[in-house]
Design a binder for this molecule. Structure first.
Ligand SMILES: C[C@H](O)[C@H](O)[C@H]1CNC2=NC(N)=NC(=O)C2=N1
Length: 93
């Protein structure tokens, strides 16, 4: 069971493109067309399965929202930060 991160740890470790929303970290990606967002959701899902840590993924027209929290711990842990970093590195590749 990972430890919950403190407010300072979260703000220090959160990738710059991500925001904190209570017990979640969130990132919204914008796309030129709907299917690019759908394909990005597939990529996020594959990372989630590889890490066995699963975000909420919301697909909208030309937009993808990714929300992460550690349900078992009831807040934000290293697992969420690591997932955000992995997603960020894949999405920007
Ligand atoms: C049993 C439990 O659901 C699993 O251990 C994993 C699955 N994926 C998960 N994903 C997230 N975001 N938080 C969890 O606590 C979590 N737990």
């Amino acid at each position: 069971m990972a430890d919950l991160l403190s407010d300072d740890e979260i703000s220090d470790q959160l990738p710059e493109e991500w925001d904190r929303d209570g017990d979640e970290i969130v990132r919204v990606y914008e796309f030129d067309d709907y299917l690019d967002g759908v394909n990005a959701a597939q990529m996020v899902g594959e990372i989630a399965e590889s890490q066995f840590h699963h975000p909420e993924i919301i697909i909208r027209y030309e937009e993808l929202e990714v929300r992460l929290t550690s349900h078992e711990e009831g807040g934000i842990t290293d697992a969420d930060i690591e997932m955000a970093e992995l997603i960020e590195s894949e999405q920007s590749a």
